[in-house]
Ligand binder design. Structure first.
Ligand code: PLP
Length: 460
């Protein structure tokens, strides 16, 4: 009919404009000439819509849409705040009610002494902010030789020049002629039991992974190590969940050497693991943490770098000196208002607790059933985040060559069943909005099961 023809013509127009002019994040630009972009033009609740179809978004965007899409209460807050205070900066002594309230709210929710909040626009900028604060901290403490940063294999911390070298994936670093060593960044083994645990049990593997960090600290000399960066659960690498003992022992090791521990809670924060912060779930406290994604459920580009009382005391120092760092839109009132409302919704609708007590355990137990399907080596889940590890041989844990794009094929087969999941390396990641219902979990698991059978049949 006419409306449909008009829609199709509009889509073709956007695809044409996009292919000619829009450079996409983490995408092969040459691909954009060959594959027309999929235009998503609407979203509500658990679903996104585009090109005449509605898809169940089991990835919540990029693991960020914790309260679900398109909420009228969020739209109202954006409109009201724009009418009241569309913008003013927070440089020097200026502030706004939303930023002040949000900083206090984050401090109240955050573990331990993490009480001081710097606002930025993305997770990358929050981590970048901490890299600079860490330099400042050690220089003010009179130990400027502490510059080495320890990060972990498979990690993802951002896309700015400095955060890029924190990443534990060479493919993200090498194309830019960067080298972690240039920035005094050193990688250690990740607590990735399925890939590196061999025959060890969880406890023995935690010992091994901690020994790797301790060994690196010793090799570098503890007096040169400034900080350790760690995502509590390594999301982008396929949801690597550490053995129980690992994170508390990592915190203890850092404390022993006076090394700052950074918890990158960009994905884990705001309920994803069934607590406000994964530090609670895994029983440790960091000196610094970064937040983004679930902070606003991606209704706004806003992130936060949070530091402890003790860290701030040192950074304040004794002499007057400006923190030479900040962004025009740091603590933007509209973004802060949206984050505040997002936190209200998470609290009022009990979305964090239900992730821990009811829907999270259901999600994990249903997804675990996929281990009986072909191609599945392991299912890892905590709260509402899961990684389905694809294996060529379930017993030997042999992997398919990445060139075979098995995970892409499985996720495509899911898409054909109306479900969005995310292929990363040898795993498929599922991070749905925290508003997910049991029926939607069942639907995702059914689609995944069928997709796995279909792709396995093709591979035979
Ligand atoms: N840290 C972690 C753990 C992430 O997963 C991401 C993004 O996926 C980032 C940092 C970077 O955040 P952004 O994409 O907002 O810069």
């Amino acid at each position: 009919d006419k409306a449909r023809a008009e829609l199709m013509a509009a889509i073709a127009g956007w695809q044409n404009q996009d292919a000619r002019h829009h450079l996409h994040p983490f995408t092969d630009p040459a691909l954009m000439d060959q594959v027309p972009p999929f235009i998503i033009d609407s979203a509500a609740g658990m679903y996104v819509g585009g090109q005449g179809v509605r898809l169940l978004d089991a990835m919540g965007g990029l693991g960020c849409v914790n309260i679900g899409y398109g909420r009228p209460d969020m739209a109202d807050i954006a409109a009201d705040t724009i009418r009241t205070l569309s913008y003013y900066h927070c440089f020097s002594a200026a502030s706004n009610p939303y930023a002040a309230e949000l900083a206090a709210r984050i401090a109240a929710l955050a573990p331990g002494a993490l009480n001081h909040v710097f606002f930025a626009n993305s997770g990358s900028e929050a981590n970048e902010t901490l890299l600079k604060m860490i330099r400042l901290y050690w220089s003010r403490k009179g130990q400027p030789e502490r510059r080495a940063i320890i990060s972990r294999d498979y990690s993802y911390h951002g896309s700015t020049m400095a955060t890029t070298v924190l990443n534990g994936q060479q493919a993200m670093i090498a194309p830019f002629g960067l080298s972690p060593a240039d920035m005094d960044v050193h990688h250690v083994m990740a607590p990735f039991w399925y890939r590196h645990g061999g025959d060890l049990n969880a406890e023995q593997f935690a010992d091994q992974a901690i020994a790797a960090v301790a060994g690196k600290i010793d090799a570098l000399g503890p007096e040169t190590v400034a900080a350790v960066f760690a995502e509590p659960v390594q999301a982008t690498a396929g949801v690597i969940i550490p053995p129980d003992a690992y994170l508390p022992r990592l915190a203890e090791l850092c404390r022993m050497h006076g090394i700052l521990l950074v918890a990158d809670e960009v994905v884990c924060g705001f309920g994803r693991t069934g607590a406000w912060f994964a530090q609670e779930t895994f029983g440790f406290e960091a000196d610094m943490m970064t937040l983004a994604k679930g902070l606003s459920s991606a209704y706004a580009p806003i992130s936060a770098a949070v530091v402890s009382d003790a860290v701030l005391d040192v950074i304040k120092g004794t002499e007057r000196e400006v923190f030479q760092h900040g962004f025009t839109t740091s603590a933007h009132p509209v973004m802060a208002a949206l984050a505040l409302k997002n936190i209200d919704i998470l609290a009022q609708e009990d979305l964090v607790k239900r992730t821990r007590d009811s829907i999270g355990p259901y999600f994990a137990s249903k997804l675990k059933e996929l281990e009986n399907r072909p191609l599945v080596g392991e299912v890892r889940a905590t709260g509402l985040m899961a990684g389905v590890e694809i294996a060529k041989n379930k017993t030997t844990r042999e992997q398919y060559l990445l060139d075979m794009a098995v995970c892409d094929k499985v996720s495509q087969a899911c898409l054909m069943r109306g479900v969005i999941v995310r292929p990363v390396g040898n795993a498929i990641v599922i991070c749905p909005p925290l508003i997910i219902q049991r029926g939607e979990v069942d639907y995702i698991v059914r689609a995944m099961g069928e997709a796995l059978e279909e792709v396995s049949g093709q591979l035979d």
